[in-house]
Design a protein around this ligand. Structure first.
Ligand SMILES: Nc1ncnc2c1ncn2[C@@H]1O[C@H](COP(=O)(O)OP(=O)(O)O[C@H]2O[C@H](CO)[C@@H](O)[C@H](O)[C@H]2O)[C@@H](O)[C@H]1O
Length: 798
């Protein structure tokens, strides 16, 4: 893969349960997952009337027993204070009315729960049965039911709600916002929907996840987007509207009672062989169920009320197709976002017949350069993420995904982005489309930079997808989708959009630039490190786009990539389980790494020696990665007692250089030309040092992988390398590796020289470096939280 700078369209190198549905308030705003709030258990002002106004204590408490004790004290103080008998009588009468109302409500809830339970158990329950299980006026067990109910709610939400004012406010907004809005929905019932269907998918979804699903047939896309003719009618899970309306009827009693959790697990299961009027038993059953449930209960989503529908669109995605770091990010960031509770989809082209994704049966046609091109969609749900593959004859490229001239590549990206932006409408995931409300697209690099433009030009400018937002992630600004000005006619946009793409630079003159348009159209921009965010604003680092980036600086944020700790962990790495390699941990670092080093030397035919430092390099062979600096430093390096292992593919001349170095220094150098994920993992584990002399590096992943494997990085302090590799300080025994401050072979030699000295003579310091590297939290979790802030900011931006 030849790489090199901003050539036109060179793509290569550069490069719930417990969750509830919030129904949007407008047609265009489909359901949203939100974290169930602690249902505040408060009573209406009428009911609160017999508390003590001076102390603020509430005389009527449905909360904990301690609250009830408070209630008793409050009443007696009132009495002591000398209210008249009449007042007391009135209060008692009022209490009775309240209790009657409470009983009625409890009965209703019990009967609804029975219905739910019966639906679940496949038994029929007559509504008439309600009476048999109702709470009788004199039922002594009422208070225990009260306990059961409150503990039910309390346990499901982590605490027993108090009656203090805050909760009340929350509850007022809870009920007041919308009776259909924020209802804790549990086991969805099954109804019919036009969203397209694949039975297998539904089964698969239930196999992989028990997540609540974003469901709403009332929010089908406009524009006739949901083409029912394309898809069969399907059974999908939907929240039971009858249950919701029941809650709303509770509300109509004008009693401010927190709706009870309708979670599947909380349904009252009345044993068929028991007398249904046996309230105490039913109560005991609830309590027992709740105890069981609390063990299984899933915590609420980390994202809380910020959960969104996220659609990440990228030209590559590991493990299916990866030519560089973009594939890694597209494969792992979405999973981290899903772990936070977002509903997440990844959309990529289907370049080959991948094993896992199944045809959804949905087909659409889009115009590319005036021609109709049919696409269809494949889907698989893995690790909480919906992966959607767009199939078309134009994408059948195998692993050579950036092949062709710039117009060929441009046409593919036009088709990809046109189709991708409508995936949330057309492709049922787990039986149900995402819809376009509470939706954010995350586009990546120039390949998908058209998506924010299409979202705006085709939809939002026309009042469609008004609530959808786009974030554009810059992984590498050096590749921009440049072409002659006339390329504008390929992208099929209104004439007035031409200026968005127009760019002048001293080298290329006036030209058409997709990245430029995407940066302007996106609601937010992210790049993959803080250092790179800064560099992008400079004329050296912005590659001609620095002015646009500066103008849009307010929406740019640097977020350092994480690593997929499942894929890149020395403890679980499947590539270290054969051929003499071994998995290792911090505890077994010494022996494990030595074994991997020995296995690497054997596999590559290098002399097997424990004492010789093995230096690794993995990366695309191009100007960015500074391979030429390594070549310049080779005479010095070969004078050292070292072994050098290089893995890469890219520029033909640099591939030749690798082969030549190996031929020239057969007992010291191995140059593996090709793309081998297995070798990348093995070098990362077996090498002592990882060299990354990149001229620029937006983030860099290999140094992160290296550190988590106890391999010490030596890097050019630029972009994300500067952010992630702190220089070793021998006086304080701190730092993670060695850095050099300019892309200069001599500086590389100095840094590497110090590194080798420490390796040989200061073993304790060396081990310290390894341990510090391995014990960092490099997971995607932090980054995902930062992305969440960005998408939420985009959501609320108008
Ligand atoms: N020959 C080979 N065989 C097997 N695996 C190989 C390989 N060559 C490279 N790889 C793998 O590809 C990935 C490359 O990661 P980089 O961070 O170097 O990405 P790249 O520069 O492509 O991406 C851009 O995007 C990423 C993600 O944002 C940024 O980190 C980076 O700075 C930016 O340039 C690593 O997983 C590496 O192991």
């Amino acid at each position: 893969m030849a790489s090199i700078g901003p050539l036109p369209f060179t793509a290569e190198a550069k490069s719930t349960e417990g969750r509830v549905l919030l129904y949007g308030k407008t047609k265009l705003c489909p359901p949203v997952f939100y974290t169930p709030r602690k249902p505040p258990l408060v009573l209406s002002s009428a009911l609160r009337g017999f508390g003590n106004p001076r102390t603020g204590e509430d005389g009527c408490n449905w909360g904990s027993s301690s609250s009830r004790r408070r209630s008793t004290r409050a009443t007696s103080r009132d009495t002591d204070g000398g209210p008249s008998e009449e007042t007391l009588q009135a209060t008692i009468e009022k209490s009775k009315r309240v209790l009657a109302l409470q009983r009625e409500l409890v009965n209703k809830i019990i009967s609804r729960r029975k219905i739910i339970a019966s639906i679940k158990n496949g038994t029929s329950v007559s509504l008439d049965d309600d009476s048999s299980s109702s709470v009788s006026e004199n039922d002594a067990s009422f208070s225990s039911l009260e306990d059961a109910w409150t503990s039910d709610i309390g346990s499901r939400n982590g605490s027993v709600p108090s009656l203090e004012g805050d909760n009340e406010n929350v509850f007022q907004s809870y009920v007041g916002s919308s009776t259909l809005s924020e209802i804790p929905v549990s086991k969805p019932t099954t109804i019919s929907c036009d969203c397209g269907k694949d039975e297998a998918l539904l089964g698969e979804r239930s196999k992989f996840s028990s997540n609540g699903t974003c469901l709403d047939t009332t929010h089908q896309p406009e524009m006739g987007a949901a083409n029912s003719s394309d898809s069969d009618k399907t059974d999908v899970v939907l929240p039971s509207f009858s249950i919701i309306s029941e809650i709303s009827s509770l509300d109509s009693h004008k009693t401010d009672i927190a709706p009870p959790s309708l979670s599947n697990n909380s349904g009252i299961r009345v044993p068929k062989d028991k007398k249904e009027g046996d309230l105490e038993e039913a109560t005991a059953q609830i309590e027992a169920d709740d105890e069981d449930d609390s063990e299984d209960a899933k915590p609420p989503p980390l994202a809380g009320a910020n959960v969104m529908n996220v659609v990440l669109v990228a030209a590559e995605c590991a493990p299916w197709i990866k030519t560089g770091g973009l594939g890694d990010v597209a494969g792992s960031l979405p999973k981290a976002l899903a772990r936070r509770g977002h509903r997440v989809m990844v959309v990529i082209p289907r370049y080959s017949d991948y094993a896992e994704p199944q045809h959804t049966g949905v087909r659409k046609t889009y115009k590319v350069n005036g021609q109709d091109v049919e696409v269809s969609y494949f889907h698989v749900y893995i690790d909480g993420v919906d992966f959607v593959f767009i199939d078309s004859h134009m994408f059948r490229l195998g692993n050579n995904i950036y092949t062709g001239n710039h117009v060929d590549i441009l046409k593919r990206m036009v088709l990809f982005c046109k189709a991708a932006v409508e995936v949330p409408w057309h492709v049922p995931c787990g039986g149900v489309c995402y819809g376009d409300g509470n939706l954010v697209f995350i586009a990546n690099d120039w390949h998908t930079a058209l998506l924010p433009v299409y979202l705006k030009a085709y939809y939002r400018d026309n009042g469609i997808m008004k609530f959808a937002r786009s974030v554009l992630v810059i992984h590498n600004i050096a590749h921009q989708g440049r072409g002659p000005v006339d390329d504008f006619f390929q992208v099929d946009l209104p004439e007035h959009y031409k200026d968005l793409f127009a760019l002048y630079d001293p080298v290329g003159g006036d030209h058409f630039n997709i990245f430029a348009a995407g940066l302007k159209a996106a609601d937010r921009i992210v790049t993959v490190s803080h250092g790179y965010a800064w560099e992008l604003k400079t004329s050296e680092g912005g590659w001609g786009l620095h002015n646009i980036i500066n103008e849009n600086g307010w929406k740019l944020r640097g977020i350092v990539n994480g690593i997929d700790t499942k894929e890149w962990s020395p403890e679980f790495d499947p590539h270290l389980t054969s051929d003499g390699y071994t998995n290792y941990t911090l505890e077994t670092l010494h022996s494990g790494k030595a074994k991997c080093k020995e296995a690497l030397q054997k596999e590559l035919g290098l002399p097997v020696r424990e004492d010789v430092p093995v230096i690794g390099f993995i990366g695309r062979l191009d100007n960015q990665k500074g391979v030429d600096l390594i070549a310049e430093a080779i005479p010095w390096m070969m004078g050292q007692d070292v072994q050098l292992v290089m893995l890469g593919t890219g520029r033909h001349d640099l591939e030749q250089m690798l082969r030549q170095l190996e031929n020239q220094y057969r007992d010291k150098v191995r140059g593996w030309v090709g793309f081998s994920v297995k070798m990348a993992h093995r070098i990362t584990a077996g090498a002592d040092v990882l060299l990354m002399p990149s001229r620029f590096e937006p983030c860099g992943l290999n140094q992160l992988y290296a550190m988590s494997y106890g391999t010490v990085p030596v890097v050019h302090a630029v972009g994300g390398l500067r952010d992630t590799v702190q220089q070793f300080d021998p006086y304080n025994e701190s730092g993670l590796g060695w850095t050099f401050d300019s892309a200069d072979a001599q500086k590389l030699i100095n840094a590497l020289g110090n590194c080798l000295l420490t390796y040989r003579q200061y073993r304790k310091s060396w081990e310290g470096l390894q341990i510090r590297g391995m014990t960092q939290d490099l997971s995607w979790d932090n980054a995902a939280q930062n992305y969440e802030e960005v998408i939420v900011a985009a959501k609320y931006q108008w």
